[in-house]
Design a binder for this molecule. Structure first.
Ligand code: FDA
Length: 449
């Protein structure tokens, strides 16, 4: 058995941030990672000749911790392509183009969307995202699903469907009837307000040259050789008040502290001796991953640009509820155009019940409704496989079921003896985003130091 000051489990951005901060402070650290690579939910990969951001990719202006790290690592960024009109397909099934961030809906629906946006902004402004359970309306909002809350607020179905889209399919990637209104307000507060979530130009602002996985790759590079152990899944942790021993298939590692830098759902996959206190075990049974399929569709050219389109498309009524131009502007000589699209929650369930050819056809049909017949003829098609990946098992992140944020949330970041828990899923600001992973990593490192 090898002894360390701190054993970090997981080489995602959270774990690598912890390891970097502790190493810089002179502590002896090891990082144990189940996969054969670092980065967790960040993966930039060449797939059949197309470079794809399989996991997270966008950086928004509110992600101050991520922006500071990108700066520290001297990485460059570029803006997402957004020149031209966007597309919206409404409840009437009609495709309309529009400029700006407001969907082309009836005046009444637009007014209702604006009113709901203001109300969600007001609720989010009253929330410290690190302590959503202390919101003045926390109990009330956590007892009701976001869908039911929306139904109480407006009788306009298209306004409900649009406002629901920003938090349900687009963020928590669960149906709006399966998470609480409080979780929806947390999602908004963690991004600096609901108005930010509805603004694609804000939330999907910039990309890192070479891909966002360069952040964890650079963090791993800054650690001394041999610090990060790949292909070492942790299966058991034996702990007492003085420290813990972590077991993998290859050996055991002792640390005065152990940081479980994995999503909450995977914390419970490890055996703890003695078992974690009851509230810890209970709490994580009320947290689950959302489900979204990130689609990458590459064409010979970005043909939509010639049609005056930005590539941005939305519809709560389409299989692909949102899509964007995701062409690699940083790849020299790239003439192809890539669209990225998302199929979320119950629509993802039905898509996943089909075979590969049928799935591809359904997706292309949905894209053709947005961009026209040319969308039916890509040169490359790829579905990010997070749902079938045993070291994530879902996307983008995890969230509580109805009533559990107030019941258990305050225990999420509590240490248990020498064990700390961290991941973007339990962040306040930057919840479910790389920014939150960095904030959580820094907070745990500061506590240990
Ligand atoms: P993460 O899950 O990345 O890392 C945990 C690590 O622990 C993994 O490497 C895993 O293999 C390892 N592990 C688990 N169990 C283990 C065990 N028992 N033993 C050893 N290792 C173990 N964010 C954003 O800011 N902008 C965006 O555009 C997007 N988009 C996006 C798209 C998609 C498809 C996904 C899936 C996610 C995003 N995100 C995002 C979210 C973002 O990727 C995510 O919040 C962070 O990368 C999470 O980092 P963590 O380190 O917290 O967890």
């Amino acid at each position: 058995m090898t002894a360390f000051d701190v054993v970090v489990v997981g080489a995602g951005v959270t774990g690598l941030t912890v390891a970097n901060r502790l190493h810089a402070a002179g502590l002896k650290v090891v990082v144990l990672e189940a996969r054969d690579r670092v980065g967790g939910r960040l993966l930039t990969e060449d797939i059949e000749g197309v470079r794809l951001e399989v996991g997270g990719q966008w950086v928004s202006p509110d992600q101050a911790a991520l922006l500071a790290l990108i700066d520290e690592l001297k990485l460059e960024m570029y803006s997402r392509y957004r020149a031209g009109d966007s597309i919206y397909i409404g409840r009437d099934g009609v495709r309309r183009t529009f400029a700006g961030e407001k969907f082309p809906v009836s005046d009444r629906t637009a007014a209702e969307v604006e009113r709901l946006t203001k109300e969600l902004d007001r609720l989010a402004a009253g929330m410290d995202p690190l302590e959503p359970w202390n919101h003045p309306d926390a109990d009330e909002l956590d007892r009701i699903s976001f869908a039911a809350w929306l139904a109480e607020q407006t009788d306009d179905p298209e306004a409900r469907d649009n406002v629901g889209l920003y938090v349900g399919p687009a963020m928590l990637t669960k149906p709006a009837h399966s998470f609480s209104a409080l979780s929806a307000v947390l999602m908004a507060a963690s991004a600096g307000g609901f108005s930010h979530l509805v603004d694609a130009d804000f939330i999907l602002d910039r990309r890192v040259v070479g891909g966002l996985q360069r952040v964890p790759l650079a963090l791993a590079d800054r650690l001394p050789p041999g610090t990060v152990h790949l292909d070492e899944a942790v299966t058991k942790v034996e702990w007492n008040e003085d420290g813990a021993t972590v077991f993998t298939g290859r050996g055991s590692y002792h640390g005065r502290n152990v940081v479980m830098a994995v999503p909450p759902t995977l914390v419970s996959r490890v055996q703890y001796i003695p078992a974690l206190p009851p509230v810890q075990a209970q709490m994580r049974q009320h947290i689950s991953f959302g489900l979204v399929i990130k689609l990458h569709i590459t064409y010979e050219t970005p043909f939509w640009r010639d049609l005056g389109l930005s590539g941005t498309a939305f519809s709560p009524y389409s299989l692909v509820h949102e899509a964007y131009d995701n062409t690699n502007e940083d790849v020299e000589g790239e003439t192809r155009g890539t669209l990225v699209g998302f199929v979320s929650d119950v629509k993802a369930d039905s898509l996943l019940s089909l075979d590969a050819d049928a799935r591809r056809w359904k997706v292309l049909e949905a894209l053709a409704a947005y961009y026209g017949e040319q969308a039916l003829h890509p040169v490359h098609y790829y579905e990010s496989p997070w749902v079938a990946d045993e070291w994530t098992v879902g996307a983008f992140g995890t969230s509580f079921d109805i009533g559990s944020l107030t019941r258990y949330g305050r225990h999420l970041r509590s240490d248990v003896g020498p064990l700390s828990f961290a991941s973007s899923d339990i962040a306040g600001l930057g919840f479910q985003h790389v920014d939150g992973a960095i904030r959580m990593g820094e907070a745990v490192a500061a506590r240990i130091l």
